[in-house]
Design a protein around this ligand. Sequence first.
Ligand code: ADP
Length: 190
Amino acid sequence: MKYYILFGPPGAGKGTQAGAMAERYNLCHISTGELLRSEIAAGTELGKQAKTLIDAGNLVPDEVVESMIEAKFRSTKGVDGFLLDGFPRTIAQAKVLDEMLEKHGESVTACLSIMIPDAMVHERISHRAAIEGRADDARPEIVENRIRTYHAKTEPIIRYYKDAEKYCEIDGTGSITEVHDRIFHLMDRF
Ligand code: ADP
């Protein structure tokens, strides 16, 4: 089984690229952001707790996303691997993921990191706010907080996967198909 991590700042285009990647390589795409948004939409207890944190641009607790991921691993059949989008987002989550996989004799295949400059992060999120209507996209101070959280808690993961020699960086600027092509070129190697 392949275990890919799709990494990058908010607005890097992870969600946009994930569908095509999942289809081409028969992967199950797991987006923790989407899973959390469906919990919110369904009005579950977990969703209610997550909503306050997400709407403020903060992360939800590690244990919450870890158990969502584990449940998905367990319930998904018939795929050649997983594409993790939005997870891990802290070093603690990265370590837990390694432990989860190790138990089954598996490991992370690669961390595919889509990189765009901060200025483009702002531009893409305000564009998306108009289209998708996500509450955490709408207010500039919330977007600011997400970018800060990304730099403080999520970016250190780059070092973690570099040390493990699993880190691959992709230029996320340009058209959607240009970025596709760069990603596919890389993934064909694994
Ligand atoms: P984006 O890619 O724009 O940052 P996501 O849809 O991936 O948005 O995530 C939206 C929000 O969901 C995050 O800002 C965070 O509050 C929460 N979230 C998603 N994944 C995680 C995670 N692995 N750990 C903690 N919080 C998460």
